[in-house]
Design a protein around this ligand. Structure first.
Ligand SMILES: [Zn+2]
Ligand SMILES: [Zn+2]
Length: 444
């Protein structure tokens, strides 16, 4: 082997690799991007009846988080029938499929969440769920009230299409069917199980249905969905008679001032031109009768942010404010913040690059959406590789049928399904065909 200085050696290799990937990155069989898109659209039309059938079946048979055994079984059987390598029981009930294209290239991951919610369905559809299950020691109805049935059916349809196009794909597609998005979370344990490695994922895409105009596709560069962190503040004073407050330390007045003071964290200390944030106290408890000043008040709440830096700042300022306001009253505040799902950040460069793929599907129906203060554990995947999460509008035309996710009346118009299928399939194909093969791991 010729001995070159190490830096030159690496540069030369990277250059050669780039040349090689350029030379080989055009699709095989003379298929242009337009041909591939036409193929995606034809195959999406062909698989649509099946996608609708799968979605109705999942809707009628929802399963709670980490209990998605039937759903995972249907998914795994379908992937195997397509000749996709399948691993089951990933993070308990997750399913991972690996589809290797006809030529080497980058690796793209597509994610769907499979869990339903403890909600008794009231939507008037022939395939409404009648399922009941035990949840936190109670019997509850189970419903796909967040629309994850659509996500699973869409990704199964995408698998059918991409398996059919396998020979034309330069690279690898990973299908990530995760459990328990609604809690306790399936993305993080799947990552711990290694799903973003071997081969290393270069980009990850996901989709969520929202009650937005039918067939629109929504996305946003940067923070799209919020981080969701639990807040708990215990204010400790000294118990005394309600008629002699000077003999103790009143934690109720201190806690009341903490609640009022917390309003100034977002309004006075966060750069609102950069990203919004929310601090909510949702419960406050202390004392048991009118003539006793208690020794303790417990407050719990939630903190939402749309930027990882803002998240850290708000945590620090909430803690500082609560501790110092309590101290000003001679009381003590113990603040604990439990970090939940991180901010779902769409990689700005990837978002910009993929926007034309979405515009091809829905034209002006591809819209940049305002941020959502709900949270998603897709965020963990997007911390491991550049990610893009998109919203799919599934609102029926009749406004009386439009209800938010998690409502017992949540209703997704199935005419949006083929748009979701074409969008995810196009994101995968366009990413693979326009991305030079990644450098081998030792070169990174
Ligand atoms: Zn949900
Ligand atoms: Zn959801």
């Amino acid at each position: 082997m010729i001995r070159l200085p190490r830096l030159l050696d690496r540069r030369l290799l990277v250059g050669l690799l780039a040349l090689a990937t350029l030379a080989f990155s055009a699709p095989l069989h003379g298929q242009s991007a337009g041909d591939l898109h036409a193929t995606i659209d034809e195959l999406a039309a062909a698989v649509n009846d099946q996608v609708v059938e799968w979605r109705r079946d999942f809707h009628a048979n929802p399963e709670l988080g980490l209990q998605e055994v039937r759903t995972a079984g249907v998914v795994a059987d379908h992937l195997r029938s397509l000749g996709i390598e399948v691993t089951t029981e990933v993070a308990q009930t997750g399913v991972v499929g690996v589809l290797r294209g006809g030529r080497p290239g980058p690796v793209v991951a597509l994610r769907a969440d499979m869990d339903g919610l403890p909600v008794t369905e009231l939507a008037d559809v022939p395939f409404a769920s009648k399922v009941r299950a035990q949840w936190q020691g109670r019997e509850v109805g189970v419903m796909h009230a967040c629309g994850h049935d659509n996500h699973v059916a869409i990704l199964m349809g995408v698998a059918s299409i991409l398996a059919e196009m396998r020979e034309d794909l330069p690279g690898t597609v990973k299908f990530l069917f995760q459990p328990a998005e609604e809690g306790p979370g399936g993305a993080a344990p799947m990552i711990e199980a290694g799903v973003m490695e071997n081969p290393t994922v270069d980009a990850v895409f996901g989709l969520h249905v929202f009650p937005a105009p039918l067939g629109t596709i929504m996305y946003r560069p940067g923070g799209m969905l919020a981080s969701s962190d639990g807040l708990r503040i215990v204010v400790r004073g000294v118990q005394t008679h309600g008629a002699q407050p000077w003999r103790g330390v009143d934690p109720i007045v201190a806690a009341a001032n903490v609640v009022v003071g917390l309003q100034s964290v977002v309004s006075r200390q966060v750069d609102l031109t950069d990203s919004p944030a929310i601090v909510t106290v949702g419960s406050i408890e202390g004392g048991n009768r009118g003539n006793i000043i208690p020794d303790t008040v417990v407050m719990v709440g939630t903190i939402r942010t749309l930027n990882p830096d803002t998240r850290d700042l708000v945590h620090e300022r909430v803690t500082r404010l609560a501790e110092n306001v309590a101290a000003a009253h001679g009381a003590e505040a113990e603040v604990s913040i439990s970090r939940g799902y991180p901010v779902t950040v769409n990689d700005p460069a990837l978002t910009q690059r993929m926007a034309p793929s979405l515009e091809r599907i829905v034209g002006a129906g591809a819209v940049v959406m305002p941020p959502v203060t709900g949270a998603e554990d897709f965020s963990y995947f997007a911390q491991e590789a550049p990610g893009l999460f998109i919203g799919l509008g599934v609102a029926p035309e009749d406004p009386s049928l439009v209800h938010p996710n998690h409502s017992p009346y949540f209703y997704a118009d199935e005419r949006a399904l083929p748009i979701g299928v074409r969008a995810l399939a196009s994101l995968a194909v366009d990413f693979l065909t326009a991305t030079p093969a990644a450098a081998p791991d030792w070169l990174r």
